[in-house]
Design a protein around this ligand. Structure first.
Ligand code: GLC
Ligand code: CA
Length: 514
């Protein structure tokens, strides 16, 4: 049973490095998040997901954890984070931390012990072959780096050795079973980390690479799912209101594995991509995204996958649509402000629990930057939040060259302040949409969804509870034969004309009718 508070949750994702710097060292901090809680609440977001904020050598921006129980000194102290939990709760808000379950940093004390030649408590905490000259049986591996005469398996970058949750069907002497004592010890260590934060006020976790735990798993992820179901039993028993969102992008599997939510953020061509980033090449040219004006895109490319997931999972959990995240190009890279308004109107009125990435509410741009902390092309999505026209756009009082990443240098870089002053801004639209979502029962996470018209060349018309909604991303007006008798317009972007047997939307328009 999913946490009750998710029914009306809207998440705000924060990359802590870049949100708000309160001590002038050029990098965002926990106290900066606490200071901006009122801003986030007034935006309409009542929950946070904070990217990893734990001690780390930062070779992958903190997804290489060196101490799971310690806030990275550059962000502040554990006390600061406990205070953030308390301040959030006093505003009716919830906070998810990022749980990097599949790997640690190569500098984690467990791994340093595991690398030693003599056997010790952590020898089997990671996946080791039985010889330095033995590869990883199809898995990425590193040899020749340790005193121990064996190779170890990686989960992602070179700095991220895979924790040992075992193999579904061990086929080599060095492969442990998923229920072996070694794999079970890793599982218990994971639960211990979760208990540590949950008992101090954290409300749950976003789980990094959630399907990656058990190796040589089958298509249905039988082995990894069993681990998560075991974790869920612990949560149900000890922290029933804790929420878990998977980075998995396969809701039929992840929600059955005990997650409350899963991101619809999958491969190119998958449903999320078709909405916001369906470019022909990676330069963003020739954009066929559904919300790109005049791209002639069809919503059916989205619906084909989404509806299958939705019908299969609507009674067991939530699909999370998102504006973007720290790994993907910002949507403003290819969509302009009007296109973004329509895209967000859609994302924030769909079922499930939506996620807004910091800065997308003002249409922050994607920057072309050299890589920082293992970001590579993701770096351009991780620049400092743009608060106002002050030094460093209000992010930090440090000298510009001291900043974690440079701020958007464009003279017309959007800021919260400039958009507050403009009643027609994207920021205002986001506030209106989220306020509407909180006000209307039909827009809650679990309210039913069905399609009323998805014919190409017509507006996409859908029902949520008793509401009728429609969006027309195209530059020309269009109508659909949908009965609107007796309906009232509650919200619109652009124009909408409801008639007895048809609904007409103006160019680039969106409407909600009750
Ligand atoms: C996830 C994170 C990404 C990270 C990777 C390895 O995909 O979102 O930022 O680099 O996992 O932990
Ligand atoms: Ca700081």
């Amino acid at each position: 049973m999913a946490a009750q508070w998710l029914k009306d949750a809207v998440f705000y994702e924060i990359y802590p490095q870049s949100f708000y710097d309160t001590n002038g060292d050029g990098i965002g901090d926990i106290n900066g998040i606490t200071e901006k809680l009122d801003y986030i609440r007034d935006l309409g977001c009542n929950a946070l997901w904070i990217n990893p904020c734990f001690d780390s050598p930062f070779k992958d921006a903190g997804y290489d954890v060196r101490d799971y129980k310690l806030v990275a000194p550059r962000y502040g102290t554990n006390e600061d984070l406990y205070r953030l939990f308390r301040e959030a709760h006093s505003r009716g808000m919830h906070v998810l931390l990022d749980l990097v379950a599949g790997h640690s940093s190569e500098e984690h004390p467990w791994f340093l012990q595991s690398q030693r030649a003599e056997r010790n408590e952590y020898s089997d905490r990671y996946i080791w072959t039985d010889s330095t000259f033995q590869g990883g049986d199809g898995l990425p591996f590193i040899g020749g780096e340790s005193e121990r005469a064996a190779s170890y398996v990686l989960n992602f970058f070179k700095c991220q050795p895979a924790l040992n949750y075992g193999f579904l069907h061990p086929s080599k002497p060095w492969q442990h079973a998923a229920n072996s004592p070694a794999a079970m010890a890793t599982r218990e260590a994971l639960k211990d980390i979760m208990r540590f934060w949950l008992s101090r006020g954290c409300d749950g976790f976003r789980v990094d690479m959630a399907p990656s735990l058990v190796k040589h798993d089958d298509e249905k992820k039988t082995g990894t799912s069993a681990v998560w179901r075991d974790v869920r039993r612990m949560l149900d028993h000890e922290f029933p209101e804790a929420a878990m969102v998977a980075e998995w992008s396969d809701p039929p599997l992840s929600l059955r594995a005990g997650f409350d939510m899963d991101f619809a953020l999958n491969h190119r061509g998958g449903c999320y991509s078709t909405l916001l980033r369906d470019y022909v090449n990676s330069d963003g040219e020739e954009d066929r995204s559904y919300f790109k004006k005049d791209a002639g895109g069809s919503i059916n490319r989205f619906l084909d996958e989404y509806l299958r997931w939705y019908e299969d999972t609507k009674d067991i959990g939530y699909i999370s649509l998102l504006t973007c995240n720290h790994d993907t190009p910002r949507p403003r890279r290819t969509l302009d402000e009007t296109e973004l308004k329509l895209a967000y109107a859609f994302l924030f009125t769909m079922p499930g629990v939506p996620f807004l990435y910091y800065g997308d509410e003002i249409g922050m741009r994607y920057q072309l930057l050299p890589t920082k902390e293992g970001g590579y092309q993701r770096t351009g999505t991780r620049t400092p939040m743009q608060w106002n026209r002050g030094p460093n756009l209000g992010f930090s009082s440090a000298a510009p060259e001291k900043l974690y990443l440079p701020v958007d240098p464009a003279p017309d870089a959007p800021t919260v302040e400039s958009q507050e002053a403009d009643g027609s801004s994207l920021l205002h639209t986001v506030r209106e949409l989220l306020a509407l979502r909180h006000r209307m029962d039909g827009l809650k996470a679990g309210a039913p969804f069905s399609v009323a018209c998805s014919e190409p060349g017509k507006p996409f018309v859908y029902r949520r509870g008793g509401l009728l909604l429609a969006v027309n991303p195209d530059g020309a007006a269009s109508s659909a034969e949908v009965p609107c008798y007796g309906r009232q317009l509650v919200y619109a972007i652009g124009s909408c004309t409801p008639e007895e047997g048809r609904l007409t939307l103006g160019p680039q328009s969106f409407a909600v009718l009750s």
